[in-house]
Design a protein around this ligand. Structure first.
Ligand code: CS2
Length: 497
């Protein structure tokens, strides 16, 4: 019987007798990277790759300083502080076994609401060469309908007024870059690791929109001194459940308040555009390419959209996790048809990628019964996800008179989902910044389904496409009459004929 042991720096030698731990001396590692948004995904992905890299004795300058930006992030900050930045990554293998390792690459951590200046100074420190971001799809403050930066956001208004104590990433980056310029420092890279098409372009466009108003003199300096590589990031990382925490304790005797669980698969494709140098992430599995856009499109429109399809349909039918949803044969065929008929024709520039194998591997990853990726997680913030994951495919298909039957069905299902109950009458846990308006429009849609498409900040001009509106309305009425499963069986059958 193993005695329980708390995860922290002092106990690391003891813990390394049980599971694999950083073998490098964390005290000697400088922070070359500031990362904003230390949620599960960052800790399963960039921090994992970087931890692997730090095992090379020659690498000493690429430790990560994790920044918790929002009040909401107190818990993760306190946990990391308590555990000296250490946490356990539990990889749930396809055969159900668990590979556990303690990750040591987060060598410093800051809580922005407590001390904004400290964060700004850290971002402006000469050692820091890269600022990476996982601030979620909604964090870029972008209006889908106008394509512009949203200056009406009260937090942005706050940052414009109180620039020394910002609340948004735009306020922080602006102050930090100002300070770098004043101190005569050379460039820095800002690397978005969010699921957004052209995430580097988006980060640059949104930041410059803000800077033009907040600090116009800085625009030229940024254009000359800051690079914004695009990147495609991938690793399915469900929310950590209480049983993940107790399981780690029971199987290894490690007391970790917030381990991260993830799938074995991982991928990181990055544009090699780092103005101030970068870690050799390629030595630990990342791919550096000239143009990452086709990879991003592939991942967003197949994997992430696939998740939303499984999430919305599965949630309505009463499932709880992605694997349960994809193991329903009607849903699985629906998803396969969606990927083949509607998404694949919109993808280009992937000559060296075996798309069939990629799609097959997605179905396998979704089907991993050990991951237990919650549909609640997948469906959360759908209002930020649909415009990135699904609607670009719809718009491209409409342009070339391609099928939109599957995508419009999912949008119709989302309208019904937004009423807040599944098909068995059980309440759905909807977490969405636009929850209120989604619900209002969903209620209006009961009389006139088109009402849901009136949310132009999500759907843009889609309501003007008669083809889409017809397909969507038919799907809506059919779901109400027959239920999701019967409808998708009927749609799938049409394809087979
Ligand atoms: C998911 C992603 O949030 C979502 O809807 O699709 O978090 C997905 O699991 C990751 O992008 C996988 O790389």
């Amino acid at each position: 019987m193993k005695t329980n042991i708390k995860l922290n720096q002092n106990n690391l030698a003891e813990i390394s007798k049980r599971i694999s731990c950083p073998s490098y001396n964390r005290k000697n590692i400088k922070t070359g990277i500031v990362h904003v948004g230390i949620g599960g995904f960052h800790r399963a992905h960039e921090a994992y790759y970087t931890d692997q890299l730090l095992h090379d004795e020659a690498v000493k300058e690429w430790g990560i300083c994790g920044v918790a930006l929002l009040n909401f992030d107190t818990k993760i900050y306190n946990t990391l502080k308590e555990q000296d930045g250490l946490y356990t990554l539990v990889i749930k293998e396809l055969d159900g076994s668990l590979t556990k390792r303690v990750i040591g690459s987060i060598v410093d951590y800051l809580y922005a609401p407590e001390n904004p200046l400290k964060v700004i100074e850290k971002m402006a420190s000469p050692d820091v060469k890269i600022i990476t971001l996982t601030i979620t799809e909604g964090g870029y403050n972008y209006n889908e309908a106008t394509g512009a930066f949203d200056f009406d956001n009260p937090l942005i208004q706050h940052d414009l007024e109180f620039s020394q104590a910002p609340k948004t990433i735009f306020g922080y980056l602006t102050e930090a870059l100002k300070l770098r310029k004043e101190n005569g420092l050379k460039g820095v890279t800002i690397q978005s690791c969010d699921n957004i098409q052209g995430n580097g372009h988006m980060a640059k466009k949104m930041l410059l929109s803000y800077v033009k108003i907040a600090a116009p003199d800085l625009v030229y300096w940024i254009e000359k001194n800051v690079s914004f590589p695009n990147s495609m990031v991938d690793r399915i990382t469900p929310a950590t459940s209480p049983s993940d925490i107790s399981n780690l304790l029971e199987t290894s005797g490690i007391e970790d308040a917030w381990p991260v669980v993830c799938e074995p698969f991982k991928q990181w494709v990055i544009e090699d555009d780092f103005i101030a140098g970068r870690p050799a992430w390629e030595t630990v599995g990342a791919q550096f390419v000239e143009d990452v856009v086709p990879f991003e499109k592939m991942k967003l429109s197949l994997l992430n959209a696939g998740h939303s399809v499984l999430g919305i349909l599965g949630d309505l039918m009463g499932y709880a996790t992605i694997d349960e949803s994809v193991h329903n044969t009607a849903i699985k065929s629906f998803l396969t048809n969606y990927m083949n008929i509607e998404v694949t024709p919109t993808l280009a520039g992937l000559e060296n990628v075996n798309l069939d194998a990629y799609k097959e591997s997605l179905l396998q990853r979704f089907g991993n019964i050990y991951i237990k990726d919650q549909l609640d997680r997948i469906c959360s913030e759908s209002s930020a996800k649909f415009p990135i994951f699904i609607l670009p495919t719809v718009n491209k298909q409409l342009k070339k008179n391609g099928s939109v039957e599957f995508a419009s069905f999912v949008v119709a299902a989302w309208a019904i989902y937004s009423l807040g109950k599944n098909e068995n009458g059980k309440p759905l846990l909807i977490k969405d910044a636009m929850k209120t308006i989604l619900n209002e429009k969903a209620i209006a849609a009961k009389n006139n389904p088109k009402e849901f498409l009136e949310i132009t900040s999500i759907f843009g001009k889609l309501k003007d496409s008669q083809t889409f509106v017809n397909a969507y309305t038919t799907a809506y009425n059919n779901i109400v009459t027959y239920g999701v499963e019967k409808c998708i069986i009927a749609i799938n059958n049409k394809v087979i004929k």
